[in-house]
Design a protein around this ligand. Structure first.
Ligand code: ATP
Ligand code: MG
Length: 317
């Protein structure tokens, strides 16, 4: 068999995945390669970098069944694996027919993919069940017996390393059983295109400035975590509706600054010990990017070199 013949189904899968995403060709190739090699995969990266989007694209395009699980503190082993129906157990006893498969039992039996969102939020006890399944490819359920993994069973998880909810709990045992795909922030061009797809029709130069502002939050010394592309998407969406409400262009300074404050001040995380509020930092960065067009007239920059909030913005000063 020639190399081209061997690789073409993978190439076509990668091409189909690309239709769901802006950019990310390398990550797409890595996930296709890892899954084709029958490996488990873990996407790891900051919020808003497209991990779930990539996960959903794989689920749609891979053409095999999948079970989708949201990782959270309530995901007990019984919820993941399955359980005996208590009412029927009373009448029929612990018969296999009385067992209700959870997503893990289904994925094992059907040889499908198990998608785990926010894997770091899953309680330790439940993670331990996964550790066994990932290496042994079988699961022992008390009173039910052994469920063997049908060919095709794989696990694809996503997690955000900045999420303080239990990230540390992801044990070396899990890491040692997965191929890890690091997903970093998108390029500026990709962020512009992502935002433009979700909020179309905005002035492209202004959109580029919005993305620039959002990216500056990731480098600000007073910030622990900056905004993801979600901040740019929200700022554009809010500027559009706020502009309509005020009878102004989304890019007009009065609208743009308020849209920035409302979209960014909540999602950036301040470093401990800093003296400035999130609103002050957003305002400064906005000045830096859109400075020439600062809100005019009554909104002129005050004596301390700080623009007061235009109409509608709550000022904390
Ligand atoms: N490469 C991309 N192509 C298209 N849309 C994208 C891309 N990256 C991010 N997005 C968009 O950005 C938003 C955030 O993406 P997504 O939810 O996939 O991020 P995530 O990495 O799963 O974040 P979290 O860690 O917070 O769960 C979504 O609206 C998504 O549509
Ligand atoms: Mg996600």
């Amino acid at each position: 068999m020639s190399t081209t013949e061997t690789s073409s189904p993978m190439v076509s899968l990668a091409d189909r995945l690309s239709t769901h995403l802006v950019g990310r060709r390398r990550e797409i190739e890595l996930v296709v390669a890892a899954l084709s090699a029958a490996r488990h995969v873990l996407f790891e990266g900051p919020p808003g970098t497209g991990k779930s989007t990539l996960l959903r694209a794989v689920a749609v395009e891979l053409g095999i069944g999948f079970e989708f699980v949201e990782g959270n503190a309530e995901l007990t082993p019984a919820r993941l694996v399955g359980h005996f129906d208590p009412a029927r157990v009373m009448q029929e006893g612990y018969r296999p027919a009385v067992f209700i498969d959870g997503p893990l039992a289904s994925a094992l039996r059907n040889g499908s993919l198990l998608y785990l969102e926010e894997i770091n939020r899953i309680p330790e006890e439940t993670l331990n069940v996964l550790v066994t399944v990932m290496s042994e490819r079988e699961l022992n359920v008390p009173r039910l017996g052994r469920i063997e993994a049908a060919p095709g069973f794989r696990l694809v998880g996503a997690m955000n390393p900045f999420d303080s909810v239990g990230t540390a709990r992801i044990s070396a045992a899990i890491y040692d059983r997965v191929c890890r795909i690091a997903v970093g922030y998108q390029s500026a061009e990709d962020e512009e295109e992502i935002t433009d797809r979700i909020v179309p029709g905005l002035d492209q130069d202004w959109l580029a400035q919005v993305v620039e502002l959002v990216r500056l939050t990731r480098e600000h010394p007073d910030l622990r975590i900056g905004s993801s592309v979600r901040g740019a998407i929200d700022m554009c969406a809010v500027a559009t509706t706020l502009g309509e409400l005020r009878g102004l262009e989304p890019s007009s300074p009065e609208v743009s600054l308020d849209a920035a404050l409302v979209s960014l001040s909540g999602r950036i995380r301040l470093r401990e010990g800093g003296h400035r509020t999130a609103e002050e930092i957003v305002r400064d960065l906005w000045e830096q990017v859109f400075g020439d067009g600062a809100p005019a007239g009554e909104h002129e920059v005050d004596g301390e070199g700080k623009a007061p909030a235009p109409n509608g913005a709550a000022s904390h000063d």
